[in-house]
Design a protein around this ligand. Structure first.
Ligand code: AMP
Length: 287
């Protein structure tokens, strides 16, 4: 496995690759959710490139950029075990040299809602860095988690509208045995908060139960989810949404594929989670 930090070096290695290249962009502090993407990339491609970059432009001034967890040595050990070929881990200066001033942006109708409403500028940072990584790595396939459901929709839109030559693969959310979606941020949770954090997947579980029982009225589902969340004193709800999975417009009634999502603060930690529901539920069981 080769570890590179310089863009020109990454390009040089890429130019030597023949056959398909799979890219897995991450911010590091890897867990089984990331490794699931890497395994899939490994199974699908001759070459696997994983990137580790905590991207400052997608964090707001109140966000956790400084204290975002980092453990590059452990990450590299895990990626070696998974058979990654190249790990690209540039510095902030390498990705954003002095005077950097070009941005890739997907329109407000997708990025102004949900996470975008709660975190202004977040998706501009995400699409800019992902576009740069696509340009540098020139992969045929790029792997993303459904865990960040809106991010996946935004990236698909960027790739489609800008005719980027990469296929996006979205993979289901990997969960802890009690249902909590794996996230690098789970490390922030105290013992009590960790227990309380299962309220997110329990609330989504309630939505699935209602949907499976034939409920299609979005407001009824949102209301029941809020009621579940209200039973947890440590939870502060930011949003509960039942939206069209592609346009992210809030629904009155579920017809096609819907994204049921929520953002909740447990103590000072902000957690997000989602499931997609269609005629049949397109998700792994929550627990
Ligand atoms: P991050 O390091 O949080 O930026 O995540 C890197 C990639 O891993 C993104 O495509 C995420 O959606 C994906 N990911 C994060 N957590 C999970 C999870 N629990 N299951 C599946 N994919 C995940």
């Amino acid at each position: 496995m080769q570890v590179v930090t310089i863009v020109t070096e990454m390009r040089r290695l890429r130019a030597q690759m023949t056959g398909s290249v799979g890219l897995v962009p991450t911010m590091g502090y890897l867990h089984e959710g990331h490794l699931f993407l890497v395994r899939r990339a490994r199974a699908d491609n001759e070459h696997v490139v994983v990137t580790i970059f905590v991207n400052p432009t997608q964090f707001g001034p109140q966000d956790d950029y400084q204290r975002y967890p980092r453990d590059p040595e452990r990450d590299l050990r895990l990626l070696e075990q998974e058979g990654a070929d190249v790990v690209f881990m540039p510095s902030v200066e390498e990705m954003y040299p002095q005077g950097f001033d070009a941005w890739v942006e997907v329109g407000e109708s997708l990025t102004g809602r949900l996470e975008g409403a709660a975190r202004p500028g977040h998706f501009r940072g995400v699409t800019t860095v992902v576009a740069k990584l696509f340009e540098i790595v020139q992969a045929q396939w790029a792997y993303f988690g459904q865990k960040d459901g809106q991010q996946l929709a935004v990236i698909r839109k960027m790739v489609a509208d800008l005719n980027m030559g990469v296929e996006i693969v979205g993979l289901p959310t990997v969960r802890e045995p009690d249902g909590l979606a794996m996230s690098s941020r789970n490390v922030y949770l105290s013992l009590d908060e960790r227990r309380a954090a299962t309220i997110l997947s329990r609330s989504l579980g309630r939505a699935c139960e209602l949907f499976d029982g034939g409920e299609r009225r979005a407001e009824v589902i949102r209301g029941e989810m809020r009621a579940v969340l209200a039973s947890e004193p440590l939870a502060r709800v930011e949003y509960v949404s039942v939206a069209d999975a592609e346009t992210l417009a809030e629904l009155e009634a579920i017809g096609g594929l819907a994204l049921v999502s929520l953002a909740v603060r447990i103590g000072s930690t902000r957690l997000i989670d989602n499931v997609t529901v269609a005629r049949r539920r397109a998700e792994y069981p929550l627990s």
